[in-house]
Design a binder for this molecule. Structure first.
Ligand code: AMP
Ligand code: GLY
Length: 421
């Protein structure tokens, strides 16, 4: 099979690596890919958002499958466009990807189908949003832009002043553009956070092994929210008992709700959960694999990913047994100096071999370029240094030992991955 993966980050590198293990895959492309991915797949210079070019390239090349990994092309209907041309594609159609791209949609879905989530109200008028926050007088309060915002559209405001500032910048300054036409004002929840990715064919849902993301930039959960600075799998807080409760109250009801709405979700559905004192609740849905969750979950997969993709597209997931390795994984993200703010690019990375790897770990490249045998930084999150072992402590040690071998000017990474709530 000829397979094209759309996207160019660490998540896509993990997907490419997994697909490369499949005996059914003979040729792998990635659009646009990155320096590290170029050692594993043929990178094509097409932006992940360029639907027309992805479709025409896939037609020309007679692609057997296109795996659409990032949120924006899914929300923009890349899967619909490919299917229209008779090309098989993995990922939800636009009418289902909306579960991530509109928080108003997902909150209303949860309310209608009684799926546990934080209490909330929606506003399209900033004065009314602020009046509501004042009348509630409960802090912290959570202010969320409706649409996609690179994981930065959520503000946890500790007082009225901060809440006003958040409403102002989202709704009036429009820092996230049209994504801020509406806001969700939400109750603040507490408890450990868990990421659960699940395969679903629209009817059957099969959760993958759990993981935990560390979203803040610095140790001790300080600094700004990022796309994710590191992950571990499994998540130590996610017990067998909690998994059963989530299946019953969240996973199955969500998939059924989407089908009942005429928006069957086929692909990878990501449940961002908080284990509150009142039980597990949904913080957010994503319509795709998480990044860097994919980097710790996929290495534990023991079933051919191509077989799962087929079952998801053909609605035959019930019949497939998905096997996972009983082990632990840890991923430490090495980021550019300044990230998640502005940062320099083009800095040489030392310590990687000519495959972009180091001994003892798997290095998933997130933001790198490769030219004349040299890897350079090309993004905020640069590398996801990942290790697998029988136990979490050992996986973390292996990942950090590998991180020590890699150098680039300004590099920063968290030293407490797997060690905070
Ligand atoms: P999101 O982009 O929706 O995942 O939100 C980013 C982060 O904000 C989450 O991972 C949580 O840590 C935090 N967050 C979002 N909603 C809430 C909430 N209702 N209560 C507490 N924390 C929240
Ligand atoms: N790591 C969180 C996300 O992919 O949204």
């Amino acid at each position: 099979m000829k397979v094209l993966v759309v996207g160019g980050g660490g998540r896509e590198h993990a997907i490419v690596r997994k697909l490369k293990e499949s005996p059914r895959v003979s040729k792998l492309y990635c659009a646009p890919g990155n320096g590290g991915i170029s050692r594993d797949a043929e990178c094509v210079n097409i932006s992940a958002m360029d639907i027309d070019k992805v479709v025409s390239f896939s037609k020309e090349q007679k692609m057997d499958l296109v795996f659409v990994a990032p949120d924006d092309p899914l929300a923009a209907g890349m899967v619909d466009a490919l299917e229209k041309e008779g090309i098989r594609a993995f990922g939800p159609r636009a009418n289902a990807a909306i579960i991530e791209s509109s928080k108003v949609f997902s909150k209303e879905l949860m309310k209608k189908y009684q799926i546990p989530t934080a209490a909330y109200e929606v506003f399209d008028n900033p004065q009314k949003a602020i009046a509501y926050i004042q009348s509630q007088n409960q802090y912290p309060v959570v202010v969320k832009a409706d649409g996609l915002a690179l994981g930065k559209g959520v503000v946890i405001a500790k007082d009225l002043e901060e809440a006003k500032e958040a409403v102002h910048s989202i709704m009036e300054e429009k820092v996230f553009g049209a994504s801020g036409n509406k806001v969700v004002i939400e109750e603040f929840l507490t408890g450990p956070e868990v990421s659960v990715l699940a395969f679903t064919d629209g009817t059957c849902v099969k959760p993958m092994v759990s993981s935990k993301d560390h979203k803040r930039a610095y140790d001790g959960d300080q600094g700004k929210n990022t796309g994710g600075m590191g992950t571990i799998s499994p998540n130590p807080y996610y017990t067998e008992e909690i998994a059963e409760e989530c299946m019953r109250t969240i996973f199955q009801p969500t998939v059924e709700a989407m089908r009942a709405e005429g928006r069957p979700f086929q692909g990878c559905l990501y449940f961002g959960l908080m284990l509150t004192p009142k039980g597990p609740k949904v913080i957010e849905y994503n319509a795709r694999f998480g990044d860097p969750e994919a980097q710790v979950v996929l290495p534990r997969l023991d079933t051919d990913l191509m077989d799962i993709i087929d079952a998801v597209i053909d609605g035959k997931l019930t019949d497939l047994e998905i096997k996972w390795r009983d082990c632990a994984t840890a991923c430490v993200v090495m980021a550019s100096g300044g990230y998640p703010g502005s940062y320099a690019k083009g800095i040489e990375i030392q310590g990687l071999d000519d495959q972009g790897q180091v001994e003892g770990a798997t290095v998933y490249h997130a933001g790198t370029s490769y030219e004349d045998g040299v890897f350079r930084t090309a993004g905020g999150r640069v590398l996801g240094v990942t290790a697998l072992a029988d136990h979490l402590e050992e996986a973390l040690q292996k990942a950090y030992t590998a991180v020590e071998k890699i150098h680039f000017e300004g590099a920063h990474y968290r030293k407490d991955i797997g060690r905070t709530k």
